[in-house]
Write a protein that binds this ligand. Structure first.
Ligand code: MV4
Length: 447
């Protein structure tokens, strides 16, 4: 087992990783930028190294600074958390070259899933259902138009280097094709330095369902069922739940097996997520694979009783997994508490938290790095807490979530709490019958 893990991240996930390391008897090294001097991850780690100024490029994204910190402190592994360098192939490779275990995917796996057209082809070959569309990248606008005409509109063009909604254009009819193509190409080229595009049939009113998998170094992969992440605004998830209200035991089994096949096709080791779109007929299609721990992992932990960070560390150290799949017996939901003003377009609201009271009680978990008197720096993402609630039924979870949200007191900044309270009372949300477009016509003005 590892003796000392450097955590190449900040905020709640850094704290989350430190907690598991403590329980496993593993020493921890925090890294921090000068904006995070007073952060809890710095105080709770066994050691801490300042790695640069507030701007991420010179601190949390600086590979030389982080590798130096690992060398100086003698860390034998690095946990990247999510975001930052967690899916950076170069970083994964440099860690390997320095003899430091990267607790995440290999450079090769990151590259194979990072290029979306390649990822899709790999999954198709492995027998995972994919959305009908172009075989790989489009060579020309004419090829795109001709394929779209054959398949029928609407279609969607996506940047192969994209993901999370960037470099995507929905096309309703042929007259829109040229502009969409040019816009997507320019956007992708500027954002990713890669303007490759591929085309798919547009799936209308889908649900976003992802399967959590864990693979070990011996080719065994198991799935820990699904998370429903359909409540999103501009590709930002706000609420996640498990089990999904629209997934039957049979569909769960099929999607779980597809996810396992996909992960095994790339010899995946560690925790990963396979994202699917599920259409209104209950057909599912591979969308993307995330080769990292995700923000919403705690809801899976609450219903399966696995510590996913512990599983990541164990498989990275070469411990085999049991290989059993898990079907949830409980229900869990997560609300993301962001320092944003939901009544004003979710505008960031950094600043000092003057008063703080976190909810508690049966079935309530809060993963957070903030405290009364803490100042949220403007430099990083605005998530300040994850409120995770579990219970015996979806109804019980929603009731308990509303109670916990009402108990949550954060003064000094705006947060997404009022939005979540309104959502818990929304009849359509409560019915479980909604799609990824749900928040497009949600009234945020009366929060
Ligand atoms: C789609 C789609 C419909 N049809 N692909 C959004 C992010 C990126 N992962 C892919 N996305 C989508 N791809 C086809 N062929 C609709 C979306 C989409 C979406 C997906 C999941 C959750 C929220 C979404 C919001 C808008 C669009």
């Amino acid at each position: 087992m590892f003796k000392k893990i450097l955590i190449a991240n900040r905020g709640e996930i850094a704290l989350r990783i430190i907690r598991t390391c403590r329980e496993m008897g593993i020493k921890t090294v925090a890294i921090y930028s000068t904006a995070d001097r007073d952060s809890l991850h710095v105080r709770f780690a066994d050691e801490a190294v300042c790695i640069g100024p507030p701007v991420s490029k010179q601190s949390y994204l600086s590979i030389p600074n982080i590798i130096s910190a690992a060398e100086v402190t003698g860390a034998d592994a690095i946990h990247p958390g999510y975001g930052f360098l967690s899916e950076n192939a170069e970083f994964s490779q440099i860690c390997a070259d320095y003899g430091i275990k990267f607790i995440g995917a290999t450079a090769e796996q990151i590259n194979s899933m990072g290029d979306k057209a390649t990822a899709k082809a790999t999954m198709k070959t492995a027998g995972v259902p994919v959305i009908p569309g172009s075989d790989g990248l489009l060579e020309s606008i004419e090829e795109g138009k001709s394929l779209a005409a054959d398949m029928g509109y609407p279609v969607i063009i996506k940047a192969t280097a994209g993901g999370g909604g960037r470099g995507m254009r929905i096309i309703k009819e042929e007259s829109e094709f040229e502009k969409a193509w040019n816009d997507a190409r320019t956007e992708a080229g500027a954002a990713f330095g890669n303007d490759g595009l591929y085309l798919e049939k547009f799936v209308e009113e889908p649900r976003h369902i992802e399967i959590q998998i864990v693979g070990d170094q011996y080719g065994k992969v198991c799935h820990l069922s699904e998370r429903d992440c359909s409540i999103q605004r501009r590709h930002q998830k706000l609420v996640e739940e498990t089990p999904s209200p629209i997934i039957s035991p049979e569909l769960r089994e099929q999607m779980g097996e597809a996810a396992i096949k996909g992960a095994q096709a790339i010899g995946y080791e560690g925790a990963g997520t396979i994202e699917f779109l599920v259409d209104k007929h209950g057909k599912f299609y591979f969308m993307e694979m995330n080769t990292r721990i995700q923000v919403e992992h705690p809801i899976t932990e609450e219903v399966t009783d696995f510590d996913l960070i512990k599983e990541q560390i164990k498989v990275a150290a070469g411990v085999p997994i049991s290989g059993r799949n898990y079907t949830p017996k409980l229900y869990a939901m997560e609300c993301r508490i962001n320092a944003e003003d939901p009544a004003n377009g979710f505008r960031p609201s950094p600043g000092k938290i003057s008063v703080l009271h976190m909810p508690g009680g049966h079935g309530v978990r809060v993963d957070s790095h903030v405290y009364a008197g803490y100042t949220i720096p403007p430099n990083y993402d605005s998530m300040i807490a994850k409120l995770i609630v579990s219970g015996q039924s979806r109804e019980e979870v929603i009731t308990r979530m509303k109670r916990a949200l009402q108990e949550f007191v954060i003064e000094g900044i705006k947060t997404t709490i009022p939005f979540h309270i309104k959502l818990m009372d929304d009849p359509r949300f409560r019915s479980g019958q909604f799609t990824t477009r749900f928040l497009e016509d949600f009234d945020f003005s009366t929060l």
